[in-house]
Design a protein around this ligand. Structure first.
Ligand code: 5GP
Ligand code: MN
Length: 341
């Protein structure tokens, strides 16, 4: 919990920070926010990640200090693991030999740390880093503010999603007071795409399908498309959101082929359709309305199984009164979804 984290930071001095593979706005914004916080306290600190900083986050203050490495190769007093559902998510070797501090806002996270600070009411881990600043009496510098603000806007979908609370706006307002220029950060994160992404988008959007009800949509990016357009690995980020902007669509799956027979799946939903439960069935995870997993198999299998689960979840949502899917009642085999174009 927070008080343990405060005590640890006050009493130790050599820290590392890591987060999940393919870092996103919350994982990088929170990691770098914590980096600047620890620097402000004159601590020794390194940010170590398995994957490089994506283009959209390269303007974050401190992004040039992220050390990309497959292994935690030094001994620290503690390693902060940001936004990870389990100890394997950072994808770095030898993490379990360290004193681990697990900081997350997913309620489903495993308590894998020596200290676990989980706040599922926080809209982003960034909000927790802001609270940590306050608890340690550290002034929110412009660097910290820009990092935390990036975490907030990416995890709340620019304050669109249901995790956006009064507290989110309150923190955001404090960050603007500390020097954040919202338009500048949004421009860097959401409007600085390379042209390859636009070309890739036109191919991927051409694959979009809906089920008979019109409430479930899915789309796919193949290895061929990526090669043809010269797109980078991160260029497909965010495509899952486009079908969701249709009023009728309540759930969407984006399949990204990452190797022959391997699909990274991004799931999104509205309201009480719980896609985290679906992702967990395929050994992934996430939040109720945004989750992900990896599917190994043919395209036909991926479409039948994952989309089948989505169609089922949309049809049967809210049946137990809480809006959550009741998995034990869910049949293992679900009829293939039939598409309408
Ligand atoms: P995205 O679709 O943007 O990759 O992921 C959406 C959400 O699902 C994020 O909160 C992310 O952390 C979570 N997520 C995505 N893939 C996985 C996965 O393979 N395992 C787990 N545990 N969570 C995932
Ligand atoms: Mn997050």
């Amino acid at each position: 919990m927070l008080s343990q984290v405060v005590e640890l930071i006050e009493s130790k001095r050599r820290f590392a920070i890591t987060s999940h593979i393919r870092p996103d706005g919350d994982s990088l914004g929170s990691s770098l926010g914590l980096y600047w916080l620890l620097r402000a306290l004159d601590k020794e600190v390194e940010v170590v990640m398995r994957d490089a900083v994506p283009h959209a986050y390269q303007k974050l203050p401190g992004s040039e200090h992220v050390r990309v490495t497959p292994r935690i190769d030094r001994q620290y007093d503690a390693v902060f693991v940001i936004e990870c559902s389990d100890i394997t998510r950072p994808g770095v070797i030898d993490l379990e030999r360290q004193f681990v501090v697990n900081i997350d806002h997913h309620s489903t996270t495993a308590l894998f740390g020596d200290i676990n600070w989980i706040d599922s009411t926080a809209s982003a881990v960034g909000e927790m880093i802001y609270n940590l600043c306050k608890a340690l009496g550290v002034r929110v510098t412009k660097e910290i503010a820009e990092c935390v603000y990036t975490a907030l806007i990416t995890d709340t979908g620019s304050f669109h999603y249901s995790n956006t609370s009064e507290r989110t706006f309150k923190v955001a307002s404090e960050l603007v007071r500390a020097g954040v220029k919202p338009a500048k950060v949004s421009q860097a994160v959401f409007s600085s795409y390379p042209w390859s992404k636009i070309e890739l988008m036109s191919e991927v959007l051409a694959t979009v399908r809906r089920d008979q009800s019109g409430r479930v949509a899915w789309l796919v990016q193949t290895l061929d498309m990526q090669e043809r357009t010269g797109a980078s690995d991160e260029d497909g980020d965010g495509f899952v959101n486009y079908p969701m902007s249709c009023g009728d669509v309540e759930a969407c799956a984006f399949f990204k082929e990452t190797a022959p027979g391997v699909y990274r799946v991004s799931l999104r939903s509205k309201c009480d359709v719980n896609v985290a439960r679906i992702a967990e069935r395929f050994r992934g995870g996430g939040h109720r309305n945004a989750a992900g997993c990896t599917f190994n198999g043919t395209w036909d299998e991926a479409e039948r199984e994952v989309v089948g689960q989505l169609v089922y979840a949309v049809e049967h949502r809210g049946e137990n009164g809480t809006g959550a899917l009741q998995l034990p009642q869910q049949p293992e085999s679900i009829p293939a979804p039939s598409a309408r174009h």
